[in-house]
Ligand binder design. Sequence first.
Ligand code: NAI
Ligand code: 1HS
Length: 255
Amino acid sequence: MSNRFAGKHAAITGGANGMGFEIARRLGIEGARVAIIDIDEAALTNATNILRADAIDVKAYLLDVTDPDNVALIFAQLIEHFSGTLDILVNNAGIADFGSVENTETEAWNRVLAVNLTGTYLCSKSAIPAMKKTGGTIINFGSVAGVVGIANMAAYCASKAAVIGLTKQMAVDYIRQGIRVNCICPGMIADTDMGRQILGTDSSDLAMNLRLSKYPIGRFGKSEEITAAVLFLASDEASFVCGSAFTVDGGMTAL
Ligand code: NAI
Ligand code: 1HS
């Protein structure tokens, strides 16, 4: 096993479940000390126990990434825990909601934008001052839904397109200050709660085949395939990768 992240300090939002958990686990296995941040207290406890059983140095932080004061507070705490440094931030926390523009309630619209976009902005804002001191990298979570339209996901698509825009903007502002910013744009990842939630909206053979027909590779993705790409972006091997919207989607957006 390589030790690509030995001596690195990493924070992963939404790190208690799904892809965030897998990313935290892989970063830890490859040597990083990790902070997992999540709104789901029970899942945080469970994730911490699993990671510690794997001998990973992990600390859990309960946080709603949409809350500006608490984001600032928790990031101050975790950066202090990491002796004033933070090398890697993965803005992975996200939620989905369903509806066209006409039938998306304003409250749902605001919540999706708050978690997926404002959460990314707030956590980055709190991480950047520490990163400026020693250099660092930020990986945001976009989606194929930020690149092409997905039926009945107005708020989600808008939030992910905005995350891609924010990524490019941040990349330009911060690369000369030693911070590389990129985003990952996964296609459908079926083995997470969100993946199951989306597929569960219509699991008829017709709907499933229609969805699958959008994927030239002939299948949906797995968390481990996204994790591998995120770890590449977080590593020094990606030293010239900056402002990228990295699609990892079995060819979905190439079709
Ligand atoms: P998931 O539902 O398994 O995990 C999301 C995590 O974010 C959960 O632990 C949840 O508690 C946490 N979270 C939600 N709201 C939060 C908040 N306000 N503050 C802190 N934590 C919060 O989802 P999954 O599939 O692992 O998704 C991770 C990211 O990947 C999301 O940004 C999602 O939009 C994106 N994505 C997912 C795809 C999929 O097919 N599953 C495809 C493309 C992108
Ligand atoms: C949830 C994630 O961001 C992907 S949205 C893509 C849904 S699909 O229509 O390609 O199955």
